[in-house]
Design a protein around this ligand. Structure first.
Ligand SMILES: Nc1ncnc2c1ncn2[C@@H]1O[C@H](COP(=O)(O)OP(=O)(O)OP(=O)(O)O)[C@@H](O)[C@H]1O
Ligand SMILES: [Mg+2]
Length: 460
């Protein structure tokens, strides 16, 4: 009848009335549960302490220790069993009190045994789900263990060392690095390896949330604070209470919100929009950026005082091209992850493919390497990743064939420059910031040149 495999569970029946206790015990045994019995609360508690009990079915009115006291006592145990109370019609109040203390359900006498069986099954299913979730949570914590953060280079080892030392500390940490270098991974490692790992980790992507929503998202609001506020809403800062808040792309935070955030960090309290007063919060702050915040301070788009609050310690993650030793260990690790996801076992990377991976300059860093491995796994027809499974950008050596083409076609320096700029722009999928970075140009110069090319084309 049930999806729950009843034999896996132990139920304790606590009831002072002999006939009733035997009736319930027999019914549950018939259903396949392992059943223990006790004639009173005190004995019940003793049984729970002595055995692995998943669920207690208990009468409420008993001579030695009543059901309510027993529930209270059970709640103090490390992993308390769920409780269902059985109660006479006149004592429903007590049954409700028991539920307030944490009992799962109550059944009123007289009852059909089916009713009790259904309630038991529901309680056990909830219990399983709960255990599954905490298991998953542990698995997630495990995912960010140091073992899963790969890196052999001294530079990345230094990052890991900082993470280890700062995990338990309450200080604000700014994680800086180019896009795709592993900033979020480091932020999570700080949280999940520290003494707040049982608390929430709340990421806030300052670039992804529209500026006009960011304030109410962060601070929350009271019903009626503005037209659309039809009910109270907790802000992300409050959600992070007892844990860590992670401000991703913190350079995108609008100036006006920077001032408000600064106040929160100074006062250690938040005031939801429309709330009469502030409430204290206890959050650890980790931020990440791929912007030059110092430069933004000079340009007056980032507040200096907030910068110093966020950046008590900075962890800088170097770009992948500056730590070539990490490319192959990472590639192997990411290949494993990709084969697992695609359910397509692959034996490794061919030497030729490895050489290409090592020769590339990885403007998109580890994230790009991850995408390359994912793509290679999808395309691969053999038992390992070959050079042909890698994207064209890695196969060509752009400088070589461009120079050859320039020589054959007798290009001018200006033409060669234009071809090279446009090629890099294409490789960067149109991202001008990254293109300028790779070319060693400032962004203004790049814009000016692109504008010239466009004009030439229109005129020509
Ligand atoms: N040292 C590492 N070991 C294993 N995986 C890594 C490492 N560094 C980065 N990764 C992986 O690379 C991907 C990108 O990392 P992450 O999202 O943390 O980077 P990011 O710096 O936050 O990027 P972005 O700037 O694009 O937001 C993730 O899938 C992450 O798991
Ligand atoms: Mg990120």
């Amino acid at each position: 009848m049930s999806e729950i495999a009843s034999k896996d569970y132990t139920v304790l029946v606590v009831e002072d009335d002999n006939a009733m206790r035997e009736f319930i015990t027999e019914s549950l045994t018939d259903e396949g549960y392992a059943v223990l019995a006790a004639a009173g609360g005190r004995e019940g508690v003793k049984q729970v302490r002595a055995h692995q009990v998943d669920l207690v079915v208990t009468d409420l009115r008993m001579p030695d220790m009543d059901g309510l006291d027993m529930v209270r006592e059970l709640r103090t145990l490390h992993a308390p069993p769920d409780v269902i109370t059985v109660t006479a019609f006149g004592t429903i109040d007590t049954a409700i009190k028991a539920m307030k203390l944490g009992a799962f359900d109550y059944i009123t006498k007289p009852f059909e045994i089916e009713q009790l069986l259904i309630s038991i099954e529901r309680a056990l299913r909830d219990r399983d789900l709960h255990q599954e979730l905490s298991r998953l949570r542990e698995a997630v914590a495990d995912k960010y263990a140091f073992a899963k953060m790969i890196g052999h280079s001294p530079a990345i080892q230094e990052v890991f060392d900082l993470v280890r030392r700062l995990a338990d500390s309450p200080v604000s940490v700014l994680v800086a690095g180019e896009s795709g270098t592993g900033k979020e991974l480091v932020a999570r490692a700080l949280h999940f390896n520290g003494n707040r790992s049982d608390g929430p980790f709340v990421p806030v992507n300052c670039a992804a949330i529209p500026a006009n929503l960011l304030e109410s998202e962060l601070f929350g609001y009271k019903k009626g604070a503005f037209t659309d506020a039809s009910q109270d809403r907790k802000g992300l800062l409050e959600e992070a209470n007892g844990g860590t808040i992670f401000f991703d792309e913190v350079g995108e935070l609008p100036l006006q919100l920077q001032a408000k955030l600064l106040r929160v960090l100074q006062e250690r309290e938040v005031k939801p929009l429309g709330a009469p007063r502030s409430q204290p919060i206890d959050v650890r702050v980790i931020s990440a950026t791929n912007c030059d915040l110092q430069g933004m301070i000079e340009g007056e788009t980032f507040r200096k005082d907030l910068f110093y609050r966020l950046n008590v310690v900075e962890i800088h993650i170097p770009p992948l091209r500056e730590r070539g030793e990490d490319i192959l260990p990472l590639a192997t690790h990411l290949l494993e992850k990709a084969t697992e996801r695609a359910n397509k076992p692959l034996g490794g990377i061919s030497p030729e493919a490895a050489r290409l991976l090592l020769g590339f300059n990885w403007p998109g860093n580890v994230r790009e390497l991850e995408n390359v491995m994912e793509r290679a796994v999808a395309l691969s027809r053999g038992s390992r990743i070959e050079a042909v499974d890698l994207p064209p950008a890695l196969l060509e050596r752009p400088s070589e064939d461009l120079v050859k083409a320039a020589a054959t076609r007798q290009m001018t320096i200006a033409e060669l420059e234009q071809s090279y700029i446009l090629r890099v722009l294409a490789e960067e999928q149109g991202n001008k910031t990254r293109t300028a970075q790779r070319l060693g140009l400032d962004r203004k110069t790049l814009y000016r040149k692109l504008e010239e090319y466009r004009r030439d084309k229109d005129e020509g």
